[in-house]
Ligand binder design. Structure first.
Ligand SMILES: [Zn+2]
Length: 473
């Protein structure tokens, strides 16, 4: 048997990309969460410590949560005064942004060494169309669908998420020691840990993760550390799925020279809004959530007419481990890096693993969608969301088409090297210059460098050039 110390060294070695994050001392969240999936309630009692050094902080908490109190537990048992900061620049109606006071006459923002926050939330429980759908469902929704609850940390902030108003940086990834109780659940899952088949369990992680949860009554399946929650797949499809996940993971790991961290989990869940025409998926590393029913559910992954698209979506979400998790946006253009490159990687993976036909269909579909796409700025001039003209077209269609054309010009090898350079830097403020610097480090031939930058990054006719290069119009 390996001695604990040796195991640690081994783990540190294979997860070397992650130790830097862990050493930064991410926020530590300790406490209890009591859930009822049939009543739609979440009661939390957390103690936060190891705060990042921030002066202009706010603590973002989902607006459906009612604050019981904030306490400086090292000092006294008295509740602290607090305010809501309405100037939080990324505030949406999903969250409220709190800051607390010292209660000693000083009006400044105060952060004790250990801050207790206790609160209680109650949400609608949407079982089916008979109970009446919600107007919409989205990533940041705290969603109770009658048999489960789904809540994530990037938008919903169901747990306290620190936000630095000055640098506009949020800290959704936390280390945790959280005891969950849920008397009407059969399975409890906290992102970054393995699912537990019980109504009560304590989840502990020293590696920071977005504290997303999926708890309720549903089936589970596992193979080689890859988990499927609530998939409802046949055994044959389950096996196909595990094979696919393993091959996608291995493909990215090899091309990027950075292996996937932790055990991958795939959550399938029914939306709380009318699910006939749509579905959505999101990645909360290392977990992929698929929110959809019927032909959009994970069950239909291999048999619906959307199979190629569904697989590509899965590949897109997995690519967010590199762009979205290791590399995070620090400007509006950072979204082109996060979404555009994740989509490019998904197309590239499709081409390598699912075949040229599947790839070409997806690429042609992208180019035909862009037929009437106008009034957008080239990469080099993107400063605000308005510069995309249409955000979805720009990030998921335009950008990956350009990246695919660039790959054709510089070669697949150089393309992966460029992506690898970016991912290995683990830059958390990625912007246009970051992408260009990494490009110049990869493609060192000055004339090729200038050609690509001029043609695809700076030119207003970049899309036309890409179509010419790819031979698709
Ligand atoms: Zn994405």
């Amino acid at each position: 048997m390996l001695k604990p110390k040796l195991i640690l060294i081994f783990v540190t070695f294979i997860l070397s990309g992650y130790t830097a994050l862990a050493q930064e001392k991410s926020l530590f969240v300790k406490g209890t969460v009591d859930i009822s999936v049939t009543k739609g309630t979440i009661a939390c009692d957390f103690v936060l410590s190891d705060f990042p050094e921030i002066k202009d902080y706010v603590i973002r908490i989902n607006s459906g949560m009612n604050i019981h109190y904030f306490k400086d537990i090292k000092r006294s048992n008295a509740a602290l005064d607090y305010d809501v900061d309405t100037k939080d620049s990324i505030q949406s109606d999903e969250v409220k942004s709190y800051y607390v006071h010292e209660n000693r006459g000083n009006p400044a923002r105060y952060l004790p060494e250990e801050l207790e926050v206790k609160y209680l939330g109650m949400y609608p429980v949407i079982k089916d169309s008979l109970s009446g759908w919600m107007g919409g469902d989205w990533r940041g929704n705290v969603a109770f669908n009658g048999y489960s609850v789904r809540a994530e940390g990037y938008q919903s902030d169901w747990y306290p998420v620190i936000y630095d108003m000055k640098t506009r940086k949020r800290y959704p990834e936390v280390r945790y020691n959280v005891k969950i109780t849920c008397s009407d659940c059969k399975v409890l899952f906290v992102n970054g840990s393995k699912p537990v088949k019980a109504g009560q369990a304590t989840f502990v992680s020293d590696i920071p993760h977005e504290l997303s949860i999926y708890c309720g009554s549903f089936n589970t399946a596992e193979q080689n550390g890859v988990w499927l929650l609530n998939s409802d797949m046949t055994k044959t499809d389950e096996q196909r799925f595990f094979n696919m996940a393993n091959s996608y993971e291995a493909y990215y790991g090899k091309q990027m020279a950075i292996p996937f961290k932790g055990s991958l989990t795939f959550v399938q869940t029914d939306p709380v809004a009318d699910p006939k025409q749509w579905a959505f998926a999101f990645f909360s590393a290392p977990t992929t959530f698929n929110v959809g029913s019927g032909e959009w559910g994970m069950k239909s992954l291999f048999n619906s007419s959307n199979s190629a698209k569904n697989k590509k979506s899965m590949a897109h979400e997995l690519a967010h481990y590199y762009f979205g998790t290791l590399v995070q946006p620090g400007s509006e253009f950072g979204m082109v890096i996060e979404e555009g490159l994740a989509e490019y990687m998904a197309l590239r993976l499709t081409r390598s693993l699912e075949g040229e036909d599947a790839f070409e269909t997806l690429l042609k579909e992208r180019i035909s969608t862009l037929e009437n796409f106008r009034n957008y700025k080239p990469f080099a001039e993107v400063n605000t969301e308005a510069d995309y003209c249409n955000r979805e077209y720009y990030l998921y269609y335009y950008a990956p088409t350009l990246f695919t054309a660039i790959e054709k010009e510089i070669g697949e090898k150089a393309m992966w090297q460029w992506l690898r350079t970016m991912a290995q830097s683990e830059n958390k403020h990625a912007d246009y210059n970051f992408m260009v610097d990494a490009f110049k480090n990869t493609v060192t031939d000055p004339s090729l460098q200038e050609k690509i930058i001029g043609k695809y990054f700076r030119s207003a006719s970049a899309l036309q050039s890409a179509e010419d290069e790819l031979g698709i119009h």
